[in-house]
Design a protein around this ligand. Structure first.
Ligand SMILES: *Cc1c(COP(=O)(O)O)cnc(C)c1O
Length: 432
């Protein structure tokens, strides 16, 4: 008896493989992908799905891009990896220079790591070491926004939303941090005194313990897909300066054009002391992230006790990943990315608008190449996931949020098919 290879693959997957945020009970179906090209994922049964997720903010140029492929093959011929302790190499140095050029001017020092979560850990450790170097060792806590998401490792988790970050479950090991509600002032609106008061009160009381404020500028991603006023960031910057607290921007989701600016902080014209980037950094090819800091931070840290930054991942500045980063950034900045984002924004707005009619939809919002339909109740993934696949699209809602963030290269008709599928699936959500 022969078992077909796909059934075999799925049986082994069910038996042995964890997937993100899932249980090992075989109840959540997964779809086998065999290849991907442009904005299309090809399933093992031959079906093709239009990708609405960019593989979680990453695949901004789509899949199997010839320029990206060529850059990686060429780097592979030189070397795949070499340790970064005591050695350096062109892809890392060139990418660091590129990141310094693209990000706000005061950010000059780059620490490479393997994932966004680790880039956040690095920023947090740097902030603590910075204050230690300045003789302020009491500043070991962080202030974060509710509804935020900064990653899945313990340090990053401690600054995630306390509820969705499951602080209760991990209360014995999670560092205690300070939180304020995420701002209610909407994107495009100014910030009122009420929006900023909770933050200034917390700082007024606890600044002596707070090393840094960490937040996702303008768009809170996995913690709720909320957009808020850029004006808020200007107030945050002022407060940080007034209370001697560093400012960390987590641009891991928002970086590289997604919100319509290369980095979301440009909406506010505000420069942080540290910035984390990841996700789209390599155009979705390899896992790479970076923490950038000002010279003030890097020099103070390096000049104090112990005089070294205490972190160094094994695969730090992996040459293949850095080569992918360089190629991806070149592709992005030489493309008409702003026009593309504006075009995507318009199509998302028009295409998702019909969802507003449904009584079970709480909000429809679009910013740059991010389109969000927020329902009043969580969607049933067992029901909606197959519906999206049937409709020929790859959309992966979470909780109450059905959202699209397609690759920047997506064409009009593919994008319209994505929004039509969202409208269709969301319309059926109210009928159960
Ligand atoms: C995804 C994400 C992270 C974590 O990045 P990983 O690469 O998954 O560790 C951190 N912050 C934000 C804003 C993110 O969207």
């Amino acid at each position: 008896m022969t078992v077909d290879p796909i059934s075999q693959l799925l049986a082994l997957d069910r038996a042995h493989v964890w997937h993100p945020y899932s249980a090992m009970n075989g109840e959540q179906p997964v779809y086998p992908v065999v290849s991907a090209e442009g904005v299309r994922l090809k399933l093992a049964d031959g079906r093709e799905l239009i990708d609405g997720m960019s593989s979680w903010w990453c695949a901004i140029h789509g899949y199997n891009h010839p320029v990206m492929n060529a850059a990686l093959i060429s780097q592979l011929d030189a070397m795949a990896h070499v340790m970064f302790g005591g050695l350096t190499h062109p892809p890392a140095v060139k990418l660091a220079k590129r990141l310094v050029e693209l990000t706000p001017a005061p950010l000059q020092s780059v620490f490479f790591s393997d994932s966004g979560s680790v880039a956040v850990e690095v920023a947090m450790k740097m902030a603590i070491q910075y204050w230690h170097a300045r003789g302020r060792s009491g500043k070991q806590h962080f202030l974060a926004l509710r509804g935020g998401y900064h990653g899945d490792t313990f340090g990053a988790m401690s600054v995630c939303d306390p509820v969705t970050g499951m602080h209760g479950l991990f209360s014995e090991v999670l560092a205690q941090q300070f939180f304020v509600d995420s701002p209610s002032c909407r994107f495009g609106d100014p910030c009122e005194h009420n929006d900023i008061a909770p933050l200034s009160e917390q700082l007024d009381t606890h600044a002596g313990q707070i090393a840094a404020i960490i937040l996702e500028p303008v768009v809170q991603g996995a913690g709720g897909m909320r957009f808020y006023s850029a004006d808020y960031l200007r107030h945050v910057r002022e407060l940080c300066d007034r209370f001697d607290v560093l400012l960390i921007f987590d641009e891991i989701a928002t970086g590289f054009g997604r919100t319509g600016k290369l980095f979301a902080c440009e909406h506010a014209g505000v420069t942080p002391d540290m910035m984390c980037v990841g996700k789209a950094l390599t155009g979705g090819y390899l896992s790479l992230a970076a923490t950038l800091t000002t010279v003030q931070v890097s020099e103070t840290l390096s000049g104090g006790d112990p005089g070294l930054f205490m972190h160094g991942p094994t695969f730090m500045a992996n040459p293949l990943a850095c080569a992918a980063g360089l190629a991806s950034i070149d592709l992005l900045v030489t493309s008409p990315w702003q026009e593309r984002i504006t075009g995507i924004e318009q199509t998302l707005r028009a295409g998702l608008e019909p969802c507003r009619e449904f009584a079970w939809v709480k909000d429809v919002r679009v910013l740059g190449a991010i389109g969000v339909v927020e329902l009043a109740a969580p969607v049933d993934m067992q029901v909606v996931q197959p519906q999206f696949v049937e409709a020929g699209v790859w959309v992966r809602p979470f909780g109450k949020l059905v959202y699209l963030m397609p690759p920047y290269i997506i064409g009009q008709s593919d994008l319209q098919q994505l929004t039509a599928a969202v409208v269709e699936v969301v319309s059926a959500c109210g009928q159960s």
